[in-house]
Design a binder for this molecule. Structure first.
Ligand SMILES: [Zn+2]
Length: 145
């Protein structure tokens, strides 16, 4: 396989993986901004401590002209690692422009963001409904009214 400028070799891939774990732990406490999921976690089955960035992402709070964006890179793993390599440099320089989140909550953020960008007021209406919703336990009507 030819090594193009934007392709990364296997040893570079593991170096990028180590680097994103290090950056996540040192600059973002190694934890999802929304929930309790951590980079360093104990595998329930084996009880072994596992360090993995799998299932996490650095969410951009803002973009600057000329800086890496995932959509500028090829789809799939061919683009993933060149993008990660380039964006890690920006994250280290400007960590306050990023948030570490697990993929589940990244999707939640992106879903809400899509609404927010077009209809700012809808999100607070939706959050109002979320906060008012209390359906975990069915309630008992008093005197059947
Ligand atoms: Zn999360």
């Amino acid at each position: 396989m030819e090594q193009g400028e934007n392709q990364v070799k296997n040893d570079e891939i593991s170096a990028i993986r180590d680097e994103e774990i290090l950056v996540a732990e040192e600059l973002f406490n190694g934890k999802c901004f929304a929930c309790t999921r951590k980079i360093t976690r104990i595998t329930p089955k084996t009880k072994k401590i596992k360090k993995s960035f799998k299932g996490f992402t650095f969410h951009h709070l803002e973009y600057y002209i000329g800086e890496p964006r995932r959509k500028f890179y090829p789809k799939g793993s061919q683009g993933t690692f060149p993008y990660k390599r380039d964006v890690l440099k920006i994250i280290k320089l400007h960590p306050n422009e990023f948030v570490l989140v697990c993929n589940i909550h990244h999707h939640t953020i992106e879903d809400i963001l899509r609404i927010y960008q077009h209809h700012t007021d809808w999100v607070s209406n939706i959050m109002d409904v979320v906060k008012r919703t209390d359906t975990k336990e069915p309630k008992r009507r008093i005197n059947n009214v």
